[in-house]
Structures are given as C-alpha cells and as structure tokens.
Design a protein around this ligand. Structure first.
Ligand SMILES: O=c1ccn([C@@H]2O[C@H](COP(=O)(O)O)[C@@H](O)[C@H]2O)c(=O)[nH]1
Length: 275
C-alpha cells in the first residue's frame, strides 16, 4: 500500500523540507518580541511570510500556543488556516497519549477539516501500547489525515526506553513493525517519527514501507545533513525533514529567514530523489 497521495505530491514537488513553528519564550526573546499572544501572532506571521509555499509541511508545536489558553488555541487554528492557504500541510506536534474514547476526543480536537484545529497530522506517543492508538488511527484514516507515531525520538533520554530489547526486537523496531501492520490491515494512516542515527533509522524506515516518516535533526549540532538525506532517499515521496532551530535562528528578518529556507531546500532537495 502506498503513502498518502497528497503527502507524496507535496513532498516530491516542493521538497521534503518541513518548517517548525515554535513561538516559545526562547524564540520570542531571541526575536525581541513580547512573550505574549501578540508576540506569538507576529512571529507566526513572519515565519509564514518568509516560507510561503516553499515548504510542503509545517510542524506546529502545540504547547507553545495552548500555554496562552483559549486565545492561544484560536491563534493555533489561524496558523493552521494560514498553512492551508499556502497549499501546505500542518502537523500538530502534541505527542498525545491515551486510550479508548479519550483518543476520539483528541481526534475531535486535532484531526481533519471538521476538527477544532484542522490538522493534517498529529504526533502520538505509543507508550500505552500500540493498540491504544487505534481509535485515533481510525479517525485519521476516515478523515484522510495521519497519526505520526513516535517510533524513535531524537532526545538523549529516548534510548533507554525505545532502545530496550523485548523478545528479539527493540521497542522502536517493534513499534515500527506495528505501524506497518496497522497500515497493511486498515489503510495508510499511521506515520512515524524516526529520530535515530543513520543505521538505526535506515532499519526502521525499511520496516515501514508505506508510512510517511518524519526524520528530525536537520541543523542540529552533532547531526550530519548527509545522513538524514541518505535515510530520506530510502523513503522517496514519504520522507519529511523538519528544521526549526536551523531556520529560526536567522529571524526575525524575513529576507534572512527566506534565504535560510531556500538554502535548506537546496541542500536536501537536490539529493532526495522523486518517486
Ligand atoms: O524526535 C524528535 C521529535 C520531535 N522533536 C521536536 O523537535 C523540536 C526541535 O526541532 P529542531 O528542528 O531540531 O530545532 C523540539 O521542540 C521537539 O519537540 C525532537 O526534538 N525530536
């Protein structure tokens, strides 16, 4: 079964670059903007103006909006609408984790045009067991959206849990296999976050042949762009390469941000083959 067509179309025609939108206290201070709702609104407007239609996907950090309460949630919806006006897709990075009908309520909040926030994907944590994600995955499938399951994250503490061996596989490998099985059985709605180093990432991506895979790490110290591009090359039309720090550090100047986005596109685009 193939990856979701709209994702493949955008990832191949616009490049695999995904831009992070993160109106955090840290970035608002660095951009000399007030750490309040107006500051967050200004920052998002600058990011969207600089990137325009040059990125296929925006990864929006949900807590940096919801920390402002109901008004922050409304701003988040405005930003999702702005992403859609640019013909791009919005990943809502909320890392949800729960079970049963609680997951349905997360779908009501995050997934699809009829939801509160209108996202095209939401990130989800499988720590309660992969089967606990099922209600969210079904809602994603029925709304043409994706659940990006944390298969292997890039933070330093992740290895202790995700690298632990259960039977003959690591937890990350087992989760990757569960992503594949879900897509094979129910239709493609399970995507994956794979923030591992090159060899481990290659193995995990190969285990999920139909899944969209987000490969974090671009622009981070200690991560080589060529390694990420090599992994993305094994997942043509379904690899998403997010960058946040590597672009936002050039802000708030719109031209400098735009130049950085163009440079990242070139750096990854030339080497990621189309389908
Ligand atoms: O494995 C993961 C998955 C998500 N994140 C998130 O990324 C941002 C940092 O983005 P950069 O593009 O690296 O600047 C961070 O806020 C996490 O929420 C991650 O770090 N690792």
């Amino acid at each position: 079964m193939a990856a979701v067509p709209i994702w493949t179309d955008l990832l191949t025609t616009r490049s695999a670059l995904c831009l992070g939108i993160a109106p955090s206290p840290k970035w608002l201070e660095a951009w000399r903007m007030d750490d309040d709702l107006d500051g967050a609104r200004r920052m998002c407007a600058v990011v969207l103006e600089a990137a325009g239609e040059r990125v296929s996907v925006y990864r929006i950090q949900v807590p940096f909006f919801t920390r402002f309460g109901a008004a922050g949630t409304a701003l988040l919806r405005e930003v999702v609408d702005g992403v859609h006006e640019r013909g791009s897709l919005a990943v809502l990075d909320a890392k949800v984790c729960d079970a049963d009908d609680t997951m349905d309520s997360y779908a009501d909040l995050y997934l699809g045009p009829g939801s509160v926030l209108g996202g095209d994907a939401v990130t989800a944590n499988p720590f309660m067991g992969f089967a606990a994600l099922d209600p969210l995955l079904r809602r994603a499938r029925d709304s043409g959206t994706l659940v990006m399951v944390l298969v292997r994250t890039s933070n330093h503490a992740a290895g202790g849990v995700q690298g632990a061996v259960t039977g003959s596989r690591t937890v990350a490998q087992r989760t990757a296999d569960e992503v594949r099985e879900w897509n094979d059985e129910h239709g493609v709605a399970a995507a994956a976050v794979v923030g591992a180093a090159r060899e481990e990432a290659l193995d995990l991506v190969a285990r999920m042949p139909s899944a969209v895979v987000e490969l974090p790490g671009l622009g981070r110290a200690g991560r080589e762009t060529r390694d990420l591009v090599a992994v993305a090359a094994e997942a043509p039309g379904r690899a998403v390469l997010p960058v946040t720090t590597g672009v936002l550090r050039h802000g708030p100047d719109v031209a400098a941000l735009g130049a950085s986005i163009a440079a990242w596109r070139e750096e990854i685009g030339a080497e990621v083959p189309a389908c």
